[in-house]
Ligand binder design. Structure first.
Ligand code: AMP
Length: 591
């Protein structure tokens, strides 16, 4: 079928009137002060994310509305806003009883179970900082993040504790309390979360948090060094609210499904906070991806707004179009996606197979909320990330020879994507790394690290990352973290890690290693290294492929040239190798 370059929007496309229809007018009329009036605030100018998300609705008479529908593998549990308020009160009270200080960090390592949602919101209500971790991380990424974040409390399950935390516990002297959900009995050094919840009262005062108080800490990976803890404040709720309205078109009666895990920023900003701010019902699926199950959820849960990711969409496409034909989901009216480039093919697949186009949008851990989006208010150009939302100014920049940043006005010119600072969910720092934070800005501009183009209509097009970080199945992976884990193996002398393009997950983690003398490359050693990395890093982060090389290309200053490893892997031009150390012309894969 001949496809147009634009998917046109008309009012008749929507069963429910969209929240906005005029892009230019909405941008003109918008201010963050006005957006703030969508929330209640606390007396004296404070704001508390959990109050806005939960208690505000209860105070407004919506306590009986359903906040969450948790779909367990075999049972379903609904939780009203009223019950969520009581449960989060209990959690806040138990933090108080444990003597946890305001601003201290509560880490949560769990699957998408109710306890995770209660712990995040209860911590916010108490005035502690919530740090959800991805449950598929292995012990090393967990230890690194909990150390960097100075974890005081960990909420996890007995099974995850035994498999991932017990062996690193002694490396975390600041961790005072481990609270176990789904515990089968007394486990030394831990407390039973359910018992503590039962002992705690179900009324609580909301902490008088201020707009700039730290609320959430999300870790993100860079090219080198340890992961960075992006600090987000209570004021971020204003962005969550505004973007829920403009980018996800949330209406109060909606049933909303965000498929992201709260261990990643999307699963917190849009899997917890934004939908609750709008008083909608969120579906939370505790199970892993399964095409048939997902279509069944869309049908049986009558999902109206669905926020998912390109890898998931590609997996649905791969599963075949016969499965969606067995289901009907007439209530579904808006689909959005984030996290990786969304191919035009996938946008059209949505239109042709699901009956709705997929609205790609762009943001990152540091921005805290959606910045650039395809929305109900304008036509979609498949393959584009859309246009900046009201309140967001984006541009393309380049650095001149002196390192000064200059805005590129010429359309369709590639450069780094930058955003004018000042939106409420902008990160306020990398924890304990002021210098790295400062380097992310040039005057009023935040530099995103992504390469992009802007066309003459103001649509942004993703080109690639400016650095070496890897996006696999929507998850940002730092090559350094993977290299460090490989280097711990006694056979490994050096390791270099790249993202290798993959049809389904976007990029697959691939490692190159050279061996210490006395070790021989073999399939058995390759399997051993794959197993070693998986045990330390967890399945989500570990490499899927390892090749042996006699030595790795390095710059004269000693840095491994991942760019070169990648170019050679893909048979691409090697670019400028003038800083390359020694002669590596013999570099050949020995796989
Ligand atoms: P994270 O901080 O883990 O959410 O990852 C953010 C990064 O994911 C961005 O800097 C981009 O490189 C990538 N990303 C997010 N959304 C998109 C999108 N719509 N298209 C292309 N890349 C995206």
């Amino acid at each position: 079928m001949e496809r147009a370059s634009v998917i046109r929007k008309t009012a008749s496309d929507f069963g429910v009137a969209p929240n906005w229809v005029d892009y230019a007018e909405a941008r003109r009329e918008f201010s963050w002060e006005k957006a703030r009036s969508g929330l209640a605030g606390l007396p004296g100018g404070g704001i508390n994310m959990a109050y806005e998300a939960v208690d505000r609705h209860v105070a407004g008479g919506a306590g009986d509305c359903v906040a969450f529908r948790f779909l367990g593998t075999d049972a379903e549990r609904t939780m009203t806003y009223g019950e969520l308020a009581r449960q989060t009160n209990r959690f806040a009270n138990l933090l108080g009883a444990l003597g946890v200080g305001k601003g201290e960090r509560v880490f949560i390592l769990a699957g998408r179970i109710p306890e995770l949602y209660i712990a995040v919101l209860g911590s916010l209500k108490y005035g502690a900082v919530a740090c959800p971790l991805f449950s598929a991380f292995g012990p090393e990424p967990i230890a690194t993040r909990m150390t960097l974040g100075d974890a005081r409390v960990l909420v996890t399950t007995e099974s995850l504790y035994r498999r991932k935390v017990e062996k690193i516990r002694e490396r975390l002297p600041g961790l005072r309390h481990v609270l176990l959900a789904q515990a089968s009995g007394d486990i030394p050094g831990t407390a039973d979360l359910q018992r503590l919840m039962e002992q705690a009262g179900d009324t609580a005062n909301v902490a008088p948090t201020q707009p700039e108080d730290m609320a959430l800490l999300h870790f993100t990976s860079g090219t080198t060094g340890a992961p960075k803890g992006a600090v987000h404040v209570h004021e971020a709720a204003v962005t969550h609210w505004a973007t829920g309205r403009f980018a996800l078109d949330l209406h109060p009666d909606d049933i909303f499904w965000c498929t992201a895990d709260p261990g990643w920023v999307t699963g917190t900003s849009y899997g917890i906070i934004a939908p609750l701010l709008h008083g909608v019902t969120s579906v939370v699926d505790e199970a892993d991806f399964d095409a048939e199950r997902w279509y069944r959820i869309l049908q049986e849960q009558t999902v109206a707004v669905w926020y998912t990711a390109p890898t998931a969409i590609r997996m649905l496409m791969k599963a075949g179009d016969d499965i969606p034909r067995k289901y009907v989901f007439p209530q579904l009216r808006f689909i959005a996606s984030v996290g990786e480039p969304l191919n035009p093919e996938a946008v059209w697949w949505g239109q042709e197979v699901l009956g709705l186009p997929i609205h790609d949008n762009w943001w990152q851990t540091e921005t805290g909320g959606i910045m650039i989006a395809n929305t109900p208010a304008f036509d979609i150009k498949p393959g584009s990330m859309g246009r900046p939302l009201p309140g967001i100014d984006a541009c393309i920049v380049e650095r001149d020879a002196q390192g000064r940043v200059r805005i590129i006005d010429t359309p369709d010119t590639q450069g780094e994507l930058a955003l004018k600072r000042g939106w409420p969910s902008m990160f306020r720092g990398y924890l304990n790394n002021e210098e790295r934070y400062r380097k992310s800005f040039a005057g009023e501009l935040y530099l995103t690290g992504d390469l992009a183009k802007r066309d003459a209509d103001g649509y942004f097009w993703f080109v690639g990352r400016a650095d070496d970080v890897i996006k696999s199945a929507g998850h940002l992976i730092g090559p350094f973290e993977v290299e460090s884990a490989l280097m711990e193996h006694p056979a490994v002398a050096e390791a270099g890690v790249i993202g290798k393009p993959d049809e389904t997950v976007g990029e697959m983690v691939k490692a190159f290693v050279s061996l210490k003398s006395g070790f021989e490359a073999s399939d058995a050693l390759r399997m051993e290294l794959l197993g070693h990395a998986r045990k330390r890093l967890g399945a989500a982060v570990a490499p899927k492929e390892i090749d042996f090389l006699p030595s790795l290309p390095r710059t004269r200053s000693g840095k491994i040239m991942r760019r070169l490893l990648k170019a050679r892997e893909l048979g691409l031009p090697e670019g400028d190798t003038s800083t390359l150390e020694g002669d590596t012309s013999t570099l050949e894969g020995q796989s």
